[in-house]
Design a binder for this molecule. Structure first.
Ligand code: ZN
Length: 718
């Protein structure tokens, strides 16, 4: 069995004091958790400030304490073994477990710094003659010096950091402590480091009618997993935690047990095992980050007959195709190892159903591009004000104005960054959900993707409106997570040459001609692929066919990374892809779905819409956002700065949903290519969560199509 680990973010609205049953409202609860987080943050910062030296980092890296014993794996224990433990601030009493939390957080920050230090040492040791570009030999030397699993982005970031230091000081940095300031830790409470003297977490045996407000919560303790399976109702967790009653507690009496009852989101399976959560305060809400583990059956890397191949587009985020290996007992599953690029085996044929699956995020990609440009403008403005400020002394009549402008630019920049982050996240999970749903609905046991590492090396960076590599990384991570839950394997295949050669003929020799459009075959372009064999198809679709063929035919070359569990095929096994028709009834269903744009597939693991419920539940009217009142505290500034109303502090991007609410933005206008209010409206929002993400509908289709085993030519449907 494998284990899937994930974190569910929950919100707690109120608590009850265990001793008296007194209800603690949200505002008070948030304040008390904030005090605890601030205490832990202060103590962590104290340790980090004292130990932010090369010698201390070397002590931690050596893995042994001064008496020769090995350091424990647990961070707080290692910190204590090195006698780096912290004390509470003067005049403040904290339980011993709170000190543990602070020490654990410090140990994690320092261990992360150790990793950066190793990368930095490798980058400095192999510093190239010309910092702007590494030669092939320099890259090899750098890769040899680096520890395994360091990504290209990490190397790039360290190199930039060193280059900046070199420009400023004229020398390479000695250590990470000379290059970076003391790490800043977040205000959060890592309850994982504490034990039952500070925290307990249990499942509620029954869902209370008024969660948190019910008295006598001690009776909820000790319950096993919630009764019932499937989606009988939301799971409820009972978190008992000791919180300070004042900002600076002076004695044991200033701490009290609080019982916090919160609802666990429905995507956490009922059989999942919960771990101790992390508490943090975000936007005046108490967030409970609940890690959980789910045992999953191990998915085989080989023996797949039906696969989904996905290609990355420039603006079209994903283009895919489903293909099937016709003779599972043929060479196709055993391959020809060690021969590098081989031609397709004579018997095993890859047959596609000729249906292009596409997740087109052009409009969202353009939005991201506009936001990125806006972010750059704001950063330039902010830096300009910052540069002007020191030149003006305080009595200057424009001093206050300038400071106000600077604070406002900084606040707006922060909000635009957050907006980009949330949009990236929402887009990535929406696309991943769509891709995994397509795989489930068509009976594919494996998803083949291009290897992002080889994709970047190829340098496909062109055009401004392209989706950033960051989104692609997020999509891959999300697909891996969702596919693991559905027992679908995810395998990366080499990206080189996927859109260069024809998938229909030639097996890696017939070069495709790329033109602007199918009706303009003479005009060179990007979007359309043509071949002398008669193939005329979307460029990304042709590439997706090659990807799925490489995956299905090269299964025997699958390698699994021991550390990450990620699967890769590094050997290119080429084979032609034929197309076969689906049975008539299925083809008709596909046509109908394409016409309406509606899915006919509901995920097996989610509840359907409630019968008789015509609309989504309206949101509770909450506290008005602070921006509406025209004031917002800017971090690092003493006064208040007013941010422009054009940049809202919060902009919700809803999660992908079948029955959920409509996202922010306008409804497509009548006559708009995306749809109209007439009967033939094509509603893309219902699955993707975005009005303007055009995604192929998900339809449940049989995995058995094309020729029977033993039939040579795949022409007729079964
Ligand atoms: Zn061809």
């Amino acid at each position: 069995m494998a284990v899937l680990m994930a974190t569910a973010s929950c919100t707690a609205y109120r608590a009850a004091l265990e001793s008296s049953g007194e209800v603690v409202g949200e505002r008070t609860l948030v304040r008390r958790v904030g005090w605890l987080a601030a205490l832990a943050q202060t103590m962590t910062t104290q340790i980090l400030t004292e130990r932010w030296t090369g010698a201390a980092l070397s002590d931690l890296a050596s893995g042994t304490s001064s008496d020769g014993r090995a350091l424990p794996a647990k961070g707080w224990m290692a910190v204590r073994r090195l006698s780096w433990g912290c004390a509470a601030p003067a005049g403040v009493y904290v339980p011993e477990r709170v000190r543990r939390i602070a020490e654990e957080e410090a140990a994690r920050a320092l261990r992360l710094a150790l990793h950066r230090r190793t990368v930095l040492a490798a980058v400095c040791a192999t510093w190239p003659a010309d910092p702007a570009r590494h030669s092939e030999a320099e890259w090899r030397a750098l890769r040899a010096a680096l520890p395994a699993g360091v990504s290209t982005a990490q190397i790039r970031n360290r190199t930039r950091q060193v280059r900046a230091h070199l420009t400023a000081h004229g020398s390479l940095p000695i250590d990470v402590t000379g290059l970076e300031e003391v790490p800043v830790v977040a205000a959060q409470v890592l309850l994982a480091a504490a034990d039952k003297q500070l925290v307990t977490l249990t499942r509620a045996t029954a869902v209370p009618a008024d969660a948190g407000a019910s008295g006598g919560p001690g009776t909820d303790k000790g319950g096993g997993p919630a009764a019932g399976d499937g989606h009988d109702g939301p799971q409820t967790a009972v978190l008992r935690v000791k919180l300070p009653l004042v900002a600076a507690p002076v004695s044991r009496a200033d701490w009290a047990w609080h019982v916090i009852v919160f609802t666990v989101p429905p995507h956490v399976p009922t059989h999942a095992a919960w771990c101790a959560p992390t508490l943090r305060v975000a936007a005046h809400r108490l967030r409970v980050d609940l890690p959980f583990t789910v045992p999953l059956p191990v998915v085989s890397a080989v023996g797949h007959r039906v696969g989904l191949g996905l290609d990355w587009g420039v603006n079209t985020l994903l283009t895919g195709t489903v293909a099937r290996l016709t003779h599972p007992t043929d060479d196709g599953l055993t391959g020809k190892p060690g021969s590098g690029r081989t031609t397709g085996p004579a018997g095993g044929r890859v047959v596609s159903d000729g249906r292009m699956l596409r997740y087109d995020a052009t409009a969202i990609s353009a939005k991201l591009h506009r936001l990125r440009a806006h972010r750059e403008r704001l950063a330039a403005k902010r830096d300009h004000y910052a540069a002007l400020l020191p030149g003006m002394c305080a009595p200057h009549f424009q001093w206050a104005d300038l400071q106000h402008h600077h604070a406002r630019a900084a606040a707006e920049h922060e909000r635009v960054c957050a907006r980009i982050r949330r949009l990236n996240h929402a887009l990535a999970w929406s696309a991943a959900r769509w891709a995994v749903d397509q795989a489930i609905a068509t009976g594919a046991g494996v998803i083949y993707l291009e290897d992002l590492a080889t994709l970047q090396a190829r340098g496909r960076r062109r055009g401004n409106a392209r989706l950033s590599g960051q989104v692609r990384g997020l999509v891959v991570a999300a697909i891996r997570h969702l596919a693991a839950k559905a027992s679908i394997a995810v395998v990366t295949v080499p990206a080189r040459g996927t859109s260069k050669y024809c998938p229909r003929c030639g097996t890696g020799t017939s070069v495709l001609q790329h033109v602007a459009a199918p009706d303009r075959p003479k005009r060179a372009g990007w979007k359309w692929a043509r071949c002398s064999c008669g193939l005329s198809a979307d460029r990304d679709w042709a590439a997706a066919e090659r990807i799925v063929a490489r995956g299905l035919l090269g299964q025997s070359h699958t390698r699994t990374d021991r550390a990450t569990g990620h699967r890769t095929i590094t050997v290119v096994v080429e084979g032609n892809v034929a197309r076969a028709r689906r049975p008539r009834a299925e083809a008709r269903r596909v046509r109908r779905a394409n016409r309406t744009g509606r899915d006919s597939f509901v995920r097996p693991d989610r509840p359907g819409p409630t019968l008789g419920k015509g609309r989504s539940t309206p949101k509770r009217p909450g506290r008005p956002p602070r921006v509406a009142q025209g004031a917002r505290v800017v971090r690092g500034e003493a006064g208040l700065a007013q941010a422009s109303r054009r940049v809202p502090e919060w902009r919700t991007v809803p999660a992908p949903t079948t029955v959920g609410q409509r996202p922010a933005g306008h409804e497509p206008q009548s006559g708009h290519p995306l749809g109209s209010r007439s009967g033939r409206a094509r509603d893309f929002q219902h699955r993707t969560g975005f009005h303007r993400a055009r995604a192929t509908p998900v339809i449940r289709l049989s995995a058995e199509y094309g020729p029977r085993a033993g039939t040579a030519t795949p022409t007729q449907a079964v």
